[in-house]
Design a protein around this ligand. Sequence first.
Ligand SMILES: C[S@@+](CC[C@H](N)C(=O)[O-])C[C@H]1O[C@@H](n2cnc3c(N)ncnc32)[C@H](O)[C@@H]1O
Length: 256
Amino acid sequence: MDFVKLNEKVWDKNVETGYVWTQPVSSQEVMKAKNGEWNIVMTPTKAVPKEWFPERMEGKDVLCLASGGGQQGPIMAALGANVTVFDNSQEQLNQDIMVAKRDGLKIKTVQGDMRDLSVFEDASFDLIIHPWSNGYIDNVLPVWEEAYRVLRSGGVLISGFANPIEYIFDLKNLNEGKFVVRHKIPYSDLTSISEEELKELVLDQGEGIIFDHTLEDQIGGQIKAGFLIGGFYEDIGGSALDEYINSSIATKAMKL
Ligand SMILES: C[S@@+](CC[C@H](N)C(=O)[O-])C[C@H]1O[C@@H](n2cnc3c(N)ncnc32)[C@H](O)[C@@H]1O
């Protein structure tokens, strides 16, 4: 199955149905950002600490990686950064294009798969913003390697991703607030559940094909690619587990 193509269609459709991660920022938020009042998220609720960003954003080359939807890109552009938004879904990118036109911002958009950033030259960005999205690919290691390559020395990669604990549970039961341990990590919609379940739980409900990676691949993978981890926090994941444990993570990784 071509899961990248399928997930592209799912996200195009999500824009049509107004799913939360496709809803762009308002003109008022852009205006506030221009006046220095802003925040962005990598995980469901917590704002990324301001000290994770360069002190001055004007003129910085920023790549918003798998980050379409008109959310992080327009805020970075309102701060004066040169923003490129890269995403697999053209409809998600169209949200950024719409905000840019509406609010007089300059944003470049590129459609592609986050595992292959060969359209970008080595050392061409100062900052990469990578909100919760690597659950849509089967292998996160190429993303960390590519991010390292396209960042300049002194550059920063800010990422959000899932704590795999959520995926050890049977999804149908979890959605009903029941905890039934079932799956091994790494998890894959393509191999961890039956075809019937894939159709019912994943495709019919418009979730797309999800993978869940080990923390070794998520955090160890960034370190292996050459990064130094300089920031870490947790946030809710948006499931029944929230009552017991935060299941999303954000990291700040630095290329020295
Ligand atoms: C949860 S949304 C994250 C973007 C959103 N701006 C946010 O604030 O969280 C996940 C994004 O990942 C994108 N995506 C999924 N698979 C991808 C892939 N293989 N390469 C690049 N982007 C991908 C989707 O199109 C979607 O825009």
